[in-house]
Structures are given as C-alpha cells and as structure tokens.
Design a protein. Sequence first.
Length: 753
Amino acid sequence: MSELAPLVKDLALILVVAGVVTLVFKRLRQPLVLGYIMAGFMVSPQFPYTFSVIDIANVRLWADIGVIFLLFSLGLDFSFKKILKMGIAPVIAACTIIFCMMVMGMAAGKLFGWSHMDCIFLGGMLAMSSTTIIYKAFDDMGLRQQRFAGLVMSVLILEDVLAIVLMVMLSALAHGGSPDGGQMLGIVARILFFLILWFVVGIFLIPMLLRRMRKLMNDETLLVVALGLCFLMAVVSSGVGFSSAFGAFVMGSILAETVEADKIIKLVEPVKNLFGAIFFVSVGMLVEPAVIAEYALPIVVLVLTILVGQAVFGSFGYLLSGQPLRTAMKCGFSMAQIGEFAFIIASLGLSLGVIGKFLYPVVVAVSVITTFLTPYMIRFATPCYAFLERRLPPKLIAALNGITLSRPSAAAAGSKWKSLLAQMGANVLIYGILSVAVIFLMFTFFLPFVRHLLVGWHWTANFICGLLTVVAISPFLRAMVMKKNHSREFKALWAESRRNHLPLIFTVIVRVAVACSFVFYVCNYLSRFADALMITIAVAVVVLMILSRGLKRESIRIERVFVQNLRSRDIEAQVHGRKRPLYEGHLLDRDVHMADFDLPADSLWAGKTLRQLELRNRFGVHVSSILRANRRINIPDGNSIVFPADRLQVIGSDGQLAAMGEAIRQEVFGDDADMEKRETKLRQMVIAKGSPLAGKTLRESGIRDVYGCLVVGIEEGKENLSLPDPARRFVPGDVVWVVGEEDSLSRLLGDAG
C-alpha cells in the first residue's frame, strides 16, 4: 500500500486532537474557539509532548479556505435590508466604538515602539468584538432574550460588515505604503463601487437562476452551486484587487436574499464547521510560549486597553445612539473582548508580510484572556452602574441619558426635500455604477473583438460597439432621469409652493446632464467629432430615451424583477408563516418586546395546552403566535397544544422573558440512568393449563397495560404467525410471541407460568 500523503496525516492529527480538546472545553462550558486554539498549540512544533503537524504550508492553505467559508456563512446570515431597517442608531454606536478602539490600539502599539503598520493592524484587531463569543456568553447566561442583548447583536452585525471593509482597506494600505487622505477616499469609493455593482447585479441574476433551476436541484446540487458561486466571487474579488474573503462575504449576502437561503445555510454549516475548525487550529499553531513570555507586559496592557476601552467608549457609543446610561453600560461592557476577526486580520497581515510575527501570538493570548473575562464583564456592568448612580449628581445622570445623535428633529425627519433628494441621489449612484460597468465591459472585451473581426474597418467597428453600448445602458440612463419625477414627494413639493418649481426642474436638468455625460463619453472615446456635435448627439439620444415607450416598459420590467428578487425571501417567509408581525416594532413600552423560544424535543411542556402551562400566571407573558413547521398559529387560545420543535413568539419584559427562558431550559426530561435496560427483546410464551391468562382475551390479559409488553403473533405451525385478534381468548397450549424489556418480560413470563 502506498504511503499516505503528509496532508492526510496532518488532518487526522488535527481533527482527532481538536475533537478531544473541544469535548473537554464543551464540558467546561467554554467557547469552542478556545478549544480549537488549544488544539492547534498542542499539534504545533512548540509543544514537544505530542505529534506535530508535518506540512504546515498545506494546513495554512486549508485555513485560508476556512476563512472564505467563515465569511461566506457570515454573509448568509447578513441582510442589507435588516441593516437599513435598524436605522442610524447602531451605525453611530458601531462607528464610534471602532474609531475609538482603533485609536487606542494604535496608541498602545506606539507606546511599545512597534512599527507603523503593526500599530495600524493592531488597531483593527482591537476594534472588532467577537460575535461568536458574545452570543455564546449571552446564551450560557440566559440573557439572549433581553433587550440590551438585541442591541449588542445589531451593532456586532455592523462591526462584522465594517471589518470586511477594514480588511480591504488594510490590504490596500499594505500594498500602497502610507496613502494620503485622497487615496483613502479613493479606496473607500472603489469598495463602494464594486460592492454596489456586485450586489445589484447579483440580486438581479442569481435569484432568477436559482428559481429556474429549482425543480432540478436537490440538496447535493444546491450545495455545489452555492459553493461554486462563493468561490467564483472570491476569484473575481481577488482579480480586482480585493481579498477573496471579501468576495465570499458579498456572495453570501446576495444568496441571503434568495428563497433558498435557509436551506443553503443548513447545507453549508458542516463544511464551514470543518474548515473553520482547521482555521482556528492554524491560529493555535502560531502560539509561541517564548514570545508570549517575552511580551507579557504588552499583553497585559492590551487586555486592559480592551476592557477599559470597551467599557468606556463602548458605553459612550451606545449613549450617542440614544440608549440610557444603564443600557449603554450593559452593552458596552458586553463587548470587551476580541475574537475571530482579530485572527483573520492578523492572518492577513502575516500573509502580506507587513506585520511582525510576534503580533499573532500576542493577539491570540489577548483574545483568550478577554474571552475568559467576558462573563465577568457582563455581570460587572450592573454594579458599576449602581456605583455611578450613587456617586454622580442626578443632573449629570440625566444629561448622560439625554446624549444622542440618533434623534433628528421632527422637521428634519419629515422633510420632503431630504427624502426626495436622497432617493434621487441613490438612483443616480446605482444606475451610474451599472452604466460604468457596462461601458467598461464593452470597451475592454467587445470592442477589441469587433475590431479583430472587422480588420480595416476601424470606424465601423467603433460605431457598432458605440451603438450597442448606448443601447445597453439606455434603460439605466432613462431610469436615472425619469424615476422619482412622479413620486409622492415630488408631486407634494410641486403643489406646495410655486417657489419649489424651479429647484425641482433643476433636479431633472442635473440628471439629464449626468445621463448625457455617459453618452458623450462613449462618443468621445470612439470618434473624433467636435465637442459641440457630440454634446448635441448626447442630448438628442437622451431625449429619445425619455420619449421611448418601449424603453420605459423595459426599464420598469428590470426594476420590478430586481425588487421581486430582493423581496423573494420575505415573500416566502410570509407564505410559510415565519415572518415576524409588523406590530413588533410598535410596542410602546420600552421594557416590553417580543422574543422567540424554541421548545426542546425533551421538554416537559410538550403535549400540554397553554391553559395547563399557565404562562401568563407564572411569568406574566403573552403568547402571540406559535410557529409549527410551515404554519403560523396567531393568537392561540388556551386549548392550543404545544409540541416539540414549536417556536413560541412571546411578548413580555426582560425579566419575564428571562424567567420563561430559564424554565424552558430546566423543565425537561432528565437523562435515563437505566438506558442499557431499555433494550427490547423477543420471547416465546406457552399458555399453560393453570395460567391466569387462559380464557382471557388479549384486551383482558393486561399484557400491554399491566406488563408493558406487546404480542406480535400467535404461532400456527412451525413457520406461520397469525396476527392476534383482540377478541380471541387464549387457550392452553397457545404459543405466544411477545416483545418487551427484560424486566417486563420476566414479570410476564413468571406470572403467566
């Protein structure tokens, strides 16, 4: 037999050690991420007491694939629509926290004299709290249903998105040295350009592709298609200068808006867990005890920087977002750790060769320490607030509670001009990006192809390419000019005052000028006409676009397809009863909100009615809906029965929901200590003359009710068993075959004999 490849041996070692260590960490109720890191340290050359990985380079390659899967899964859990519905408050909190923590991280690096690039990457690592660790801590502490936990998770989602953008910017910084402000704005603009382009094109094409192939797809083909799209976008992203992880995240966020998103999440989960485990094991392999001992002081300082920085600036960020001091401190103290994104950013810095090798084990050590301290920081928020409440003047507490940047004035919120201009600006931006993309593709690929076909006909090739380019971008240019001209805001402003007429006409003229500039660019690139003639051609073409009814229908059709694709997952959720009710966001009391509870398979509540459970009397909550499979039972009455795997949508306060959640976790069937005795066996029983079963029917015998056994047949001849008739009476000599547990069979056979 041929020798196994080193990679197979390494994977066997990694997975076996990781499995054992993570089981120990699971028993100790610690995050599995730390178990993977510990396993990585144990299989590294730095730990001489076990076997070590042979081919570290191949393991790193698998770890890079793990990063792609991690960010693809993150994108699948992400929704642009949810971010937009959150409003400005989480954005204010996330941006404040990231900026302040990056500054603190860079200052800490400067304090120890580390290089400029080390300090920048360190700031990025310290700015990102761990979604995985915080979610696990909330779950273990029974806090996941509380209102402040939802606020923290919304900010963490934004941090994850901003971390992707930060990775792209750090990668650009590493390649470009120290860019100035203009270059930084260029990087951000480039990110936004490709992000909008990929998202718009992806939402238009991919749901349509999946919808047409739905009948042909089973779980296997759907998994292959989803992963193929993931890696395709990773390759495209890498080809235009971004990281492959950024492309994987974008594709995940596109697929998150499709009907198949939930199924893809379930199918990808095992693959993500496998490669994610290898990634975190590779993190542990870079832990060097000698480096940690050498940098013990920086590690302590960085831990204190995270704890104090998140406690202060995290709370301040939530204050600015409009939360009261008590809630802001609970949220800020909960975020005092770093995790998976710190490792990913550190891996990026190492792969680019721009940070010192010492930084990776230092960050891992800081992450481990802050992870262990996370539950204590969450608990410490309440007594810390109580201390401040006793020591600070009431006026200062009231002033802190009133700090906010997320509550615009009523006039600003109701401004029709603001709404109209924002919508027009978004349309110009999106349709402009699509037009730029089409022009780029036509000039880069189609124009050389046509010139190659029409050798010697240079201007003819240019004319054909220009004509097709203008035709391709015409739906976008028409929508750019005409969309929102008949909107409710436009009509209201026009009717409101004659003074609004000129500014409204000016908005149309500006958009016409922008559309003309695209046509002018195409003409200028492909011809040598005078500028005045090209401007005239551009204006004439745009006017024809505006007047064309066919182009109007095509533009509307494209937009409707896009909107339908964007809403497809919401439509599917409404059809199957999984979408949360709209009134959830209108509960007036700040301390009352809605939470979901999944009933475990071993719950003692299963099979009982809501009247029997007395949830209102016990906890003070109201069950608004029961979600069962693809059905929604709204406003269930007291006779409604709950079953395992039901999802209860419950309305109550933080305390009431927490008490109910604890009861659901506690009121379950315990482990069966006599599991080995539950084996069922088949036995033969002969009815004797003096048997108490003789003369009785199967129903009267009590074999099932009294002894817990089952009669499977009565022997007739040597081979045949007849099914027992419940009305048939046993007679002496009957050979009866029964099934049951050992103890039950022994009692039955003993009594029957």
